[in-house]
Design a protein around this ligand. Structure first.
Ligand SMILES: Nc1ncnc2c1ncn2[C@@H]1O[C@H](COP(=O)(O)OP(=O)(O)O)[C@@H](O)[C@H]1O
Ligand SMILES: O=P(O)(O)OC[C@H](O)CO
Length: 523
């Protein structure tokens, strides 16, 4: 059977890697393969992944997906291009000559650089000393979340990295950069590129010039020579040199949240989407304007679909812990065996019985940016059951989205009238109903939830097929839009939100590592 032209998409998320094969220019998935990616937790708050394992799993996903394609009667020869989309900020450094990693990937969620943040903030001149000091240049607050902090930590704490940075014998990048480098040959001619969306998450790129910024590099004490070239999100970066896709061009690269913006076709000013994976990320397209938030949101590059295409910016609300809280309840609390049981379990009770769970495992991101916050479950009573706690966890993710919508409303002046959603967690209908109840607007689930992979595939296709109009309605839609409407009143919604804010208040500045000085223990 012939499927016609096909486009592949590597989606390297925090929890799993996948390779999806689409009919070119449609949202029709022919087949895919997905494998969980193991994280390593060397110390409390540290999260790493092995770069070689990440690469090997991506290759395995490609090989297995192509086997499935062949079973269906298709052929790898029909794949005319591939795109790459990835968990952002996670940072890998490797030896330029051998291509061998000098350290594990430090994952975006990792909190080890809290003290690096404090030390760097201390170097800021007194009158402007705060985490937003660099925001006018890069759109981001100084936080352990971003790549520059991870690079600086490796420079300060890993001898091999420090020597390699000083001798200019290393290359650094985010996951996209690593995969493009490895797939195009690694030390044997592999290219060293990133795209504007991923670069905009490092804290080293100037959001106006779209170049590595000398002031930012100086602030973080990092050398420019180790950084990749910044390219657009849709162009030919190179051809795959290994495995079943040998010879296929790599023609798109976007951070996963930006790819979802493209996959949801939020391609004009005012459109927004929220993706619920390991974390949750709401991006609002601000067109060609750079909007600086006054309420804790990030300014980021949305996409640049071609080297000569205009830059589209976005305001982003980032929530560190969304699906990660579900995984935590499964793995650490052992409340259920499979995430598919969550909906049934939370549905056994009709409320959380006033339990509020703030999953601030690694601090709180938007709009609080409090790296010392830690998690808490408030409002426990004798009546509380595991079902109430599971339901409170779903609610926690929804309250964090309300926090972001409140900031968006204040920054942009217009309240959002609907919320377009996608990502792994949106398979859960009850969760989306709770989301609609707690934000008071319609929540609309995309026809297919793999919009991240879709966005990269559409961007990749437009490079090899210039007549393809990425803004036109997509053909081949296999699913239906689902609309979840608010079913509770404003009074109840606002009362519950108020209690959420009270719970958040109790979690702030909890990290007690600063109590080590004995003087602070005098009562
Ligand atoms: N039915 C469900 N209910 C609640 N959470 C779910 C459900 N299915 C998946 N998840 C959560 O969604 C996350 C996976 O989503 P995905 O978009 O694949 O993430 P990532 O891109 O970060 O790897 C996991 O954290 C998982 O616990
Ligand atoms: O793994 P995800 O899909 O939650 O995405 C992670 C983000 O890119 C982190 O910024």
């Amino acid at each position: 059977m012939s499927f016609g032209k096909l486009v592949g998409s590597i989606d390297e998320g925090t929890t799993s890697a996948r390779f999806m094969i689409f009919r070119a220019g449609t949202n029709n998935v022919v087949c895919y393969h997905q494998i969980p990616v193991p994280s390593i937790y060397p110390q409390e708050g540290w999260v790493e992944q092995d770069p070689m394992v990440v690469y090997d799993l991506v290759i395995e996903c490609i090989e297995e997906a192509v086997k499935k394609l062949e079973k269906l009667g298709g052929s790898a020869k029909d794949i005319i291009a591939i795109g790459i989309t990835n968990q952002r900020e996670s940072t890998i450094i490797w030896d330029r000559a051998t291509g061998k990693p000098l350290h594990n990937a430090i994952i975006w969620l990792d909190n080890r650089t809290s003290s690096t943040v404090d030390e760097l903030v201390e170097t800021i001149p007194n009158k402007s000393r705060n985490i937003n000091y660099l925001k006018p240049l890069c759109g981001l607050p100084i936080s352990p979340y971003f790549s520059a902090l991870k690079m600086r930590w490796m420079k300060d704490h890993v001898g091999d990295v420090q020597r390699a940075m000083e001798a200019n014998t290393c290359q650094v990048g985010t996951i996209d950069t690593w995969l493009i480098y490895k797939l195009t040959g690694g030390p044997d001619g592999g290219v060293h590129y990133t795209d504007v969306t991923n670069a905009s998450r490092t804290m080293l790129m100037n959001i106006e010039t779209l170049r590595w910024d000398p002031h930012l590099l100086r602030f973080f004490g990092l050398p420019a020579a180790m950084l990749p070239q910044i390219r657009s999100s849709a162009e030919r970066y190179g051809d795959v040199t290994v495995g079943v896709l040998k010879g296929v061009p790599i023609t798109s690269c976007l951070g996963d949240q930006q790819a979802a913006l493209v996959g949801q076709q939020c391609l004009s000013h005012g459109l927004a989407k929220s993706t619920y994976g390991t974390g949750c990320f709401l991006l609002y397209n601000t067109g060609t304007s750079i909007v600086q938030s006054k309420h804790g949101l990030l300014t980021t590059v949305g996409y640049q679909l071609g080297p000569r295409a205009p830059i589209t910016y976005a305001l982003e609300g980032s929530v560190a812990i969304a699906g990660a809280a579900i995984n935590w309840m499964k793995n650490n609390l052992e409340l259920f065996d499979s995430v598919n049981q969550v909906e049934e379990m939370a549905g056994k009770v009709d409320s959380s019985l006033d339990v509020y769970f703030v999953p601030a495992f690694s601090g709180l991101y938007a709009p609080y940016w409090n790296q010392e916050a830690r998690g808490a479950i408030c409002g426990l009573s004798e009546e509380t059951t595991s079902e109430h706690i599971v339901r409170a966890t779903l609610e926690a993710i929804c309250f964090q989205v309300r926090d972001i919508l409140e900031s968006m409303r204040k920054d942009c002046g217009i309240p959002m009238s609907k919320l377009m959603v996608d990502g792994g967690m949106t398979a859960n209908n009850l969760f989306l109903q709770i989301q609609a109840d707690l934000v008071g607007i319609n929540v609309i689930r995309a026809k297919m939830q793999e919009t991240t992979a879709l966005g990269a595939a559409l961007a990749a296709y437009m490079v090899v097929e210039p007549s393809f109009d990425i803004t036109a309605p997509l053909v081949g839609s296999s699913g239906e839009l689902s609309i979840f409407k608010p079913a509770i009143g404003n009074y109840e919604r606002n009362m519950r939100y108020k209690k959420w804010k009270m719970a958040v208040e109790r979690c702030m500045n909890w990290d007690t590592s600063s109590l080590t000085e004995t003087s602070k223990l005098d009562f």
